[in-house]
Write a protein that binds this ligand. Sequence first.
Ligand SMILES: C[S@@+](CC[C@H](N)C(=O)[O-])C[C@H]1O[C@@H](n2cnc3c(N)ncnc32)[C@H](O)[C@@H]1O
Length: 244
Amino acid sequence: MNEEATRLLTEGARATGVDAAPHLGAFADLLRLLQEGNARHNLTALKTEEDIVLKHFVDSLTCLRGGHLQGSLRVLDLGTGGGFPTFPLAIVQPELQITPVDATRKKIEYVRATAEALNLPQITPRSGRAEELGRDPELRGTFDRVVVRAVAALPILAELALPFLKSGGLLIAQKGPITPEELNAGRRAAREVGGAVREVDPFTLPVTGDDRTLIVIEKVAATPEKYPRAVGIPNSKPLFWRAK
Ligand SMILES: C[S@@+](CC[C@H](N)C(=O)[O-])C[C@H]1O[C@@H](n2cnc3c(N)ncnc32)[C@H](O)[C@@H]1O
């Protein structure tokens, strides 16, 4: 990792309360593996080391805001893509037991190989659609946290994520700026699937100043059996929201 990318990672992580210094070697390995994997799997559009460090590594770490990811929690990363926020979280909080999930099998193969290369056995990837995995008795209702970054509108995320959570578990959704309409629909959808919005935390990404919002939804009641609906329906007919 070049000097400027190292400086940005250190500074950006510090702004989120993380000391990156002990982890610089692991982040450098992750950067190299992502760049190599990108040639085969189209994992990220970001090309420069500085952009990857800020917009994937530091951005992923911002889901630690609020202090909801401490201890040996069972965490599901819904729509992990190239492993974000899974890898940055696993590097700085190795006690988390993380299951990254993605519908694209090749991305999960990359995530599995990268977790092995980085010696992060606490990462146990699964490929599949959230609509189907959320009905698997081994996964439904078994997670303390679901993290999700850049996957869908909030009402869709609520339907896909809440089934995975235990009672009292939290969905931590990393989003860009959110409109009052999306937030309102997200609140209604959350209620429908057994959740309640607990925190809406607007902030700017360290260094770049990009607008971000961290939304925390608590599971307060069992998710009705009919959710999640069949594959594709949460996106094509989102609860209380318009389809894209
Ligand atoms: C824009 S990418 C974001 C990837 C990663 N979270 C990040 O922030 O870089 C969205 C990912 O979500 C996955 N995805 C979308 N809908 C899904 C679903 N219903 N079940 C599982 N994965 C899904 C896609 O395959 C894609 O890899």
